[in-house]
Design a protein around this ligand. Structure first.
Ligand code: PLP
Length: 377
């Protein structure tokens, strides 16, 4: 059996090596390392793929979030509501900009931000909601839209884990993650569903005025060369990374299908026990399975992880500590009682190997070992 990895970028690369190598070589031959033709090409391809008017490539997903927030004309102390159960980036940039992160609890089934908790946290200082489409499923956007409309708030989607997923509205209409809010932010970190071979990110918006401002902020606040309108940052997608993404974007749907096939295999093998709870599938979103995350119930998660490791099966805990308990933030301002779900999830969740190259032999072995553990505990 092939070695089981959490993410197998090596096997994926082997299949597209000829195309990737020649795309990289072409950039080197042209020496257009900054803002070369591949960047423009990627920009228009991803606009088409997501059906958004504007894509602004940048250096990474964290920058994308920071630049998005910088474009909204916010004032120090303005409040940004986001989820307590996610990667640190979202909250980090809020605090860096002198804004106030207001963390709220999540839905216990799909791990996404709880609209009721959002509504309860709104004050006269609230300006923005940042839903994160965690593990590959869209947050409850229809309800979040309603709240934003009622209170006149911006929505910034963090779609770093959900590229290729669709939101399904109650009337049956479907829209891509990345086109659901005022602005959307993503990351092309190598292990993401659309990953480059280093760092990369992008910002999306259908608002042409915001797009202009975002493009300028990402480029030192430049209006015309050497005329700086705002305080900006330097955040670009390398031409080499764009060239790689141009190849990989063509395979994204295929890759997401491969992830769904692996997820279906796990679901089928693990759906009939009451100790490892398989991921919930929202009615209102497709799933691109950035992660396949189980919930341990009446079974010790850390023991399970040790058992898997001893059997050469990698696993990860996304995320072990809720954001409100991170040392980097002032713990005192948060009320523990408001985070019963995220607190519980951090002790229960375990993510299994999930990537585009898992074969049946590996999946079968992983599931057999999981069932063996369940039966003995
Ligand atoms: C990966 C990720 C980011 C950050 O992306 P980087 O490119 O690593 O800066 C932000 N938010 C979420 C939800 C992510 O998964």
């Amino acid at each position: 059996m092939k070695e089981i990895r959490m993410v197998d970028l090596k096997s994926q690369y082997q299949k597209i090596k000829i195309e990737i190598d020649s795309a990289i070589q072409e950039v080197i031959d042209l020496t257009t390392f900054i803002n070369g033709p591949a960047v423009k090409e990627f920009q228009s391809s991803i606009e088409k793929y997501l059906n958004v008017k504007n894509a602004i490539p940048c250096a990474n997903g964290t920058d994308a979030l920071q630049i998005a927030l910088m474009s909204l004309g916010l004032n120090p102390g303005d409040e940004i509501i986001t989820t307590d159960f996610t990667f640190i980036s979202t909250v980090e940039v809020i605090e860096l900009l002198g804004l106030k992160a207001v963390l709220v609890d999540v839905n216990p089934d799909n791990f996404n931000i709880d609209p009721e908790a959002i509504e309860k946290s709104i004050t006269s200082k609230t300006r923005v909601i940042i839903p994160v489409h965690l593990f590959g499923q869209c947050a409850a956007m229809e309800e979040i839209d309603k709240i934003a409309l009622k209170h006149n708030l911006y929505i910034i989607e963090d779609m770093a884990q959900a590229i290729g997923s669709e939101y399904i509205y109650k009337n049956g209409q479907r829209k891509n993650a990345g086109s659901l809010g005022n602005i959307a932010c993503t990351s092309f970190f190598p292990s993401k569903n659309l990953g480059c071979y280093g760092d990369g990110g992008a910002i999306f918006t259908n608002d042409n005025n915001l797009a202009k401002k975002i493009r300028s902020i990402a480029n030192h606040g430049t209006k015309i060369k050497y005329h700086h309108e705002f305080i900006g940052v330097n955040s670009r997608l390398d031409t080499l990374q764009a060239a790689i993404l141009n190849i990989k974007l063509k395979y994204l749907d295929e890759y997401n299908t491969a992830r769904n096939n692996a997820a279906n295999y796990y679901d089928k093998a693990l759906g009939n026990n009451n100790k490892l709870i398989i991921p919930n599938r929202s009615k209102y979103s497709t799933h691109c399975f950035h992660q396949y995350t189980l919930k341990c119930q009446n079974i010790n998660r850390d023991e399970l992880q040790k058992f898997l490791k001893n059997n050469n099966i990698p696993s990860m805990v996304y995320y072990p500590i809720p954001l409100h308990s991170q040392e980097a933030f002032n713990k005192k301002k948060n009320n523990e009682k408001n985070f019963s779900v995220s607190n519980a999830l951090c002790g229960q969740v375990i993510s299994l190997p999930m990537h585009t190259e898992l074969d049946e032999e590996q999946l079968n072995y992983i599931c057999q070992k999981l069932i063996e553990f369940v039966n003995n505990n």
